[in-house]
Design a protein around this ligand. Structure first.
Ligand SMILES: Nc1nc2c(c(=O)[nH]1)N[C@H]1C(S)=C(S)[C@@H](COP(=O)(O)OP(=O)(O)OC[C@H]3O[C@@H](n4cnc5c(=O)[nH]c(N)nc54)[C@H](O)[C@@H]3O)O[C@H]1N2
Ligand SMILES: Nc1nc2c(c(=O)[nH]1)N[C@H]1C(S)=C(S)[C@@H](COP(=O)(O)OP(=O)(O)OC[C@H]3O[C@@H](n4cnc5c(=O)[nH]c(N)nc54)[C@H](O)[C@@H]3O)O[C@H]1N2
Ligand SMILES: [Mo]
Length: 763
């Protein structure tokens, strides 16, 4: 019997009704350490066991004391009372303000199963109710996705399939990694996975003689066995480096004029910008050196080396999670076009090979079971990371990808399967915004910070407490996730919760169509199986699949090469752009006349980076990277994450020189602060990080010293207390978490106890 998670398929070992171990799937060559955390997390004291209502709200009704969200205690109620309350609230808001007043964007990763996919469940429910204000794009890759759609006409370079590692190993001489290739991130893929292949892909490329260059503020983001050359730029300077590389290529006649003429549009005009014809500033290697602090000779040498050999560029998603985050992706596309190797085996580029598992895997496209979410009649939406702007400024205008829009007036926020108090930037600003709606309803499995800022919290069962099907488009295995234990406390699946609400609202049949969990799983599997048969894949029937535990989709016979067909015949295989070519100049974007996203890749200094005046007061650049020991905030209470804490706080990696200048020693508790807030963290000294930069992973549960208070010290180390809440630009409006300057000091006070995992319930 199997189950699955975003970090791997596993075999649950159950004793006396308790999960005692999660054994790695036998076919996985490189299973994730995160599996070890599952048993401790499933039975952790921080589970939400019963429906709970915020005290002031229960006593005084909807909207009462919104400033107590975060500090109020909770009262447990029975399911009937909880569902009556939520159904009544939904009715009140829809009747009084219309469906647009419900924000159901509900961003978040939830769990791996395709039926109990929380976000699909909440969407279907709210659509049946008449619709809701939704969100578009992701925190992962908003700027990258929007720019790639416009420049390449597809997001395949971001979402895969990308050029296979096997093609790179066989054909490339050089891999240049902007943002490294951190294997910690490839533990994960959305929807779960049976096979971790990134380490093997890298090892084979190395064994085949491929050389690696790591352009990254953090050395060990490239595995030691790669023996990569380390170039350690200032964070946020990649666009300048790429322009400097292109300048060198043009100056030395190393750019591929033929490819640029036949497959790209606008290179001449862009070249005028690069050479300084249009603005008097030639983007030389020397110029790029001034911004990035990489030696100019290293930039020139890298450009020559790239042009002289088959080169693959890996650009991680992290680079676009910053102000003007569209630019490094656009500049990377221009650089790859100038090198002229897109569509050749082992050449070109791929985004996110070090962001997720599976982008360079060798697989066949196969159908996946999906749960139908139906149509949303409400047209209002926001770019996902603009949530605080929306709540704080109803009616205010904003721009997005060529459209002029306005923020809707939200009265009710519904969250199911995500954690904005983990994922959003500038949490103190979010706390202020979160006081605006009259009701906040959250389904959660654990008492996360988001649950602690809700009015009604409904306990969602964990994946081990229900039947499901696990599948990901980036993996070859589809898995029968069979219920292993009974739900803890009174937890119910999101499907059951929405079913109960729909019944109360007279919408039961429209929501569940008379089917229970088992019938939905059968229907979803059969739909995918029929589509598979049309593609000549024979899958067992549902009962055989359920018995067998998984379906394995054979690997593709030959390596995949991104843009191969387009390269061979750009007229027949036009890109989905207006020109059909790679748009190094985009007339459409130029036409929007955004001052923060021009018609071609452009260097624009961010407001907050080591090159800005603010660095005089806050001289350290904070990178908030993905955590090696958990998935975002998930499993922070688990054994693997807990073992990584330093003095009970989230580790902060700092260069020994920066630490010495502040009298900070290894293992010290430090206060990390800027004008937006302050957190405690535990110092880890390492020369793997360049001076001037510190690293704190996301995901430590927000734990304010004074709950509910704006500006309270976070005792635990959630770096989103410190990050800025700004859109990348008017084009994508993505999150720009990486532009954060801070200062660090030894913490001298009495050390407060971490209380993030204590349920806020009076017994
Ligand atoms: N500073 C900074 N911030 C970042 C990032 C960064 O790089 N820097 N990265 C961003 C990125 S890329 C992302 S994707 C986001 C991630 O942000 P989120 O996806 O919001 O983070 P998770 O912790 O995965 O939250 C998922 C929640 O769903 C709950 N859950 C799991 N299964 C179920 C279920 O079946 N039902 C219900 N109702 N709930 C369930 C989990 O308990 C968990 O609390 O964070 C973003 N935030
Ligand atoms: N273990 C684990 N893996 C995960 C996740 C997790 O929570 N845990 N989350 C998953 C999710 S949702 C996503 S979207 C992906 C995100 O994947 P990414 O966004 O790619 O991940 P990060 O760890 O933020 O960044 C990767 C590396 O980029 C480098 N970097 C940061 N800023 C700069 C810069 O300005 N210039 C250069 N050259 N390098 C820079 C940092 O050294 C960092 O370690 O990760 C996924 N993988
Ligand atoms: Mo993400």
């Amino acid at each position: 019997m199997l189950s699955s998670s975003h970090w791997g398929i596993f075999r649950p070992i159950v004793r006396d009704g308790r999960l005692v171990a999660a054994e790695p799937f036998a076919a996985d060559p490189d299973p994730s350490q995160l599996l070890q955390s599952i048993p401790s997390a499933i039975h952790h004291k921080s589970r939400v066991l019963r429906p709970a209502v915020r005290k002031s709200w229960l006593e005084s009704g909807p909207g009462a004391h919104p400033e107590r969200r975060g500090s109020d205690r909770y009262v447990e109620v029975d399911w009937d009372q909880a569902l009556d309350l939520v159904a009544g609230e939904l009715k009140r808001v829809v009747t009084g303000f219309g469906n647009q007043a419900i924000y159901g964007g509900s961003y978040g990763w939830a769990s791996a199963g395709r039926f109990h996919h929380a976000k699909s469940q909440v969407r279907r429910f709210l659509n049946v109710l008449g619709g809701f204000t939704d969100s578009v794009d992701t925190y992962s890759n908003a700027a990258g996705t929007v720019i790639a759609r416009r420049i390449l006409g597809t997001i395949q370079a971001i979402d895969g399939p990308g050029t296979s590692w096997s093609s790179i190993a066989a054909n490339a001489g050089l891999v240049v990694m902007f943002g490294g290739m951190p294997l910690r991130n490839t533990q994960i893929t959305v929807g779960g996975l049976g096979e971790h292949t990134s380490r093997d892909g890298l090892e084979k490329a190395k064994a085949a003689g491929v050389a690696f260059v790591n352009v990254c503020p953090i050395r060990d983001d490239a595995a030691a066995f790669l023996d990569a050359e380390w170039l350690a730029p200032r964070p946020g300077s990649d666009t300048a480096i790429m322009l400097g590389l292109i300048h060198t290529l043009i100056s030395e006649g190393l750019h591929d004029r033929e490819f640029l003429a036949s497959h790209a549009t606008g290179f001449e005009r862009f070249a005028d910008y690069v050479m300084g014809v249009t603005d008097g500033v030639p983007k030389t290697a020397q110029w790029a050196s001034g911004l990035s602090e990489l030696p100019a000779e290293a930039i020139c040498a890298l450009a020559r080396r790239m042009a002289a050999t088959r080169t693959f560029l890996v650009v991680n998603w992290s680079l676009q999670r910053s102000e003007h985050g569209e630019q490094p992706f656009w500049a990377a596309i221009a650089l790859a076009a100038a090198l002229g190797q897109l569509g050749l085996p082992g050449g070109g580029l791929g985004f996110g090979y070090g962001s997720l598992e599976g982008l360079g895997g060798q697989r066949r496209a196969a159908p996946r079971p999906t749960f139908p979410t139906l149509r949303n009649p409400v047209e209002a939406f926001i770019p996902v990371a603009r949530i605080a702007d929306m709540l704080l400024s109803p009616g205010a205008p904003f721009q997005y990808d060529g459209r002029d829009l306005a923020y809707p007036d939200i009265r009710l926020v519904y969250w199911c399967g995500g954690n904005p108090f983990h994922h959003h930037q500038d949490l103190n600003r979010l706390i202020a915004a979160w006081r605006r709606p009259e009701a906040v309803i959250v389904h959660e499995t654990w008492w996360t910070a988001t649950a602690r800022h809700a009015d009604v919290v409904l306990p969602a069962s964990s994946p081990l407490e229900r039947d499901d099907i696990g599948a990901s488009s980036l993996d070859r295995f589809m898995v029968a996730m069979r219920k292993a234990i009974e739900p803890l406390g009174e937890a119910r699946s999101d499907f059951a919760i929405f079913g109960g609400l729909a019944e109360r609202l007279g919408l039961g049949a429209a929501f569940h169509e008379g089917r229970g969990e088992g019938e939905w799983l059968r229907l979803m599997y059969q739909g995918a199986r029929e589509r598979a048969a049309q593609a000549d894949m024979q899958w067992p029937d549902f009962d055989a699949f359920w018995d067998q535990g998984f379906v394995e989709i054979p690997a593709a016979e030959k390596p995949y090469v991104l843009f191969e067909a387009f390269r061979k015949d750009p007229a027949l295989h036009r890109l989905g752009t207006p020109s059909g070519h790679i748009e190094i100049v985009s007339e459409a974007i130029a036409g929007f006349a955004y001052e923060d996203c021009l018609g071609h890749p452009t260097w624009m200094a961010p407001r907050e980076w080591l090159g800005s005046p603010l660095a005089a007061r806050f001289p350290l650049h904070l990178l908030t990277t993905q955590p090696a020991t958990r998935l975002h905030g998930q499993m922070d209470m688990g054994t693997v994450s807990q073992a990584s804490k330093v003095a009970g706080r989230e580790p902060m990696r700092i260069n020994p020189a920066d630490a010495a200048a502040r009298g900070v020693g290894d293992g010290d508790i430090v206060r990390v602060f800027n004008d937006r807030g302050a957190i405690l963290a535990g110092a880890v000294l390492t020369d793997s990080i360049r001076p001037g930069v510190i690293q704190i992973a996301t995901g430590a549960w927000y734990d304010p010293e004074t709950p509910g208070e704006i500006g309270s010290l976070d005792k635990h180390g959630n770096p989103n207390v410190l990050t800025p809440d700004r859109g990348t630009s008017k084009l994508a409006q993505g999150p720009s978490a990486q532009n954060t300057l801070v200062e660090v000091a030894r913490f001298e006070g009495a050390v407060p106890r971490v209380s993030a995992f204590d349920p806020p319930i009076d017994s």
